[in-house]
Design a protein around this ligand. Structure first.
Ligand SMILES: [Zn+2]
Length: 380
């Protein structure tokens, strides 16, 4: 029987139960067992659907990747959906600040906004259209275990699937009142280690060469690379070093975050940061890292995909707006950089990603589930 999913209602109560089940499996990227429990849960929810399942082990360092394919996806590429099942929240948040609860329109839970809520809505839409047989293109749904740590394991798998796809839909959180994302900055990550000469800071001060003093100069130089007008930001987010107050520090370590709008700027800054030289020649400075996510620039294909989604939203009774270039990276950066039309921020709306106040808006469940369904049913 043909089910007209355009009018089939969305069972919001059932979806809330499903989201609750997912957020109650706490799954920080580093906890492989728990990330895999999420993957188990999803794999167990496709029984009876016409789906081919592939599970790729990320052991010993990462959780597994789960690939769900509609059968036609073996022959031809279609829609690739990207959802990550890991969160930034350490285990225990569920028993504390992020206890699952509903307060008015707000649903609280670890990772409920980034991105278990959105992943669940897309999964629900995926199951609905597969059951009804109403998708025009094959769909590949990829669940990944490591987005919050830069997708080191899943990146090649994402790129493998993207090369066969025509459109990519990413279920990262909606932004600022339901906006979708059509561009994101590129992201670089670097580590710098300074090694100086230790000495007693009372009796042998002049013998020492402080790694901390050296790094302090480097930190200021790195932070000074920020240029808001050009969309460049640098931040030294972590620093550690030294052994005691009365020892000239032999070691100092920093972690650096870089965001850029375009690839050329990214390459130039990568060269600059990797080429940093110590001010004190007696201190050794080693910088490693590089651009981890290429910039996600809005291509003509992405623009057309966004316009299509906006038309669908209009027929569903809401206005879909695109966010200005997002500073945060996602797995959409990889697919956009390969030239694939990529629409991101299709997930649930909410606030407070990565904080102990993270919540999703219950009222966004219905429109965004329907939008995802209609994308599956109309993209061709
Ligand atoms: Zn996310």
């Amino acid at each position: 029987m043909h089910v007209d999913t355009q009018t089939a209602p969305v069972d919001v109560g059932r979806i809330i139960d499903g989201i609750r089940q997912w957020v109650e499996i706490e799954s920080p990227s580093s906890d492989i067992g728990r990330v895999n429990a999420m993957i188990d849960c999803i794999a167990a929810s496709v029984d009876g659907l016409p789906i081919l399942t592939e599970r790729i082990s990320g052991a010993p360092r990462y959780g597994d990747v789960l690939v769900l394919r509609s059968p036609e996806a073996v022959e031809r590429g279609g829609i690739l959906v990207l959802s990550h099942v890991d969160t930034v929240h350490p285990v225990g948040m569920l028993a504390g600040a992020l206890r699952f609860r509903r307060v008015g329109d707000h649903l609280y839970g670890p990772g409920i906004y980034d991105m278990k809520g959105g992943a669940y809505l897309a999964f629900e839409a995926f199951r609905t259209v597969l059951q009804a047989g109403t998708a025009r293109l094959p769909i590949v749904f990829l669940f990944t275990p490591d987005e919050e740590i830069g997708s080191p394991f899943s990146r090649p798998l994402i790129e493998r699937e993207a090369r066969r796809a025509r459109f990519v839909l990413v279920t990262e959180p909606a932004r600022d009142g339901g906006k979708v994302v059509t561009s994101r900055k590129g992201v670089g990550r670097f580590e710098a280690v300074a090694t100086g000469v230790a000495a007693h800071s009372g009796t042998r001060h002049s013998d020492g060469h402080s790694a901390i003093a050296e790094m302090a100069r480097q930190v200021l130089a790195i932070e000074a690379m920020t240029n808001y007008a050009q969309g460049i930001t640098t931040a030294v987010g972590m620093i550690s070093g030294g052994t005691a107050a009365n020892v000239i520090a032999q070691h100092c370590h920093i972690s650096i975050d870089l965001r850029v709008r375009d690839e050329a700027t990214g390459r130039a800054l990568e060269t600059t940061i990797l080429g940093l030289k110590p001010v004190d020649p007696a201190v050794e400075l080693v910088v490693t890292g590089g651009i981890n996510r290429p910039p996600y620039r809005k291509s003509a294909g992405t623009e057309a995909l966004f316009r299509h989604a906006r038309e669908l939203a209009a027929t569903l009774g809401f206005t879909l707006v695109e966010a200005t270039m997002a500073g945060g990276g996602s797995d959409g950066n990889f697919t956009a950089a390969l030239g694939l039309p990529t629409l991101d921020g299709l997930g649930i709306d909410g606030e407070g990603a990565h904080t102990d106040g993270e919540h999703a808006f219950l009222s966004s469940i219905e429109p965004r589930t329907l939008l995802m369904r209609r994308l599956f049913e109309t993209l061709e």
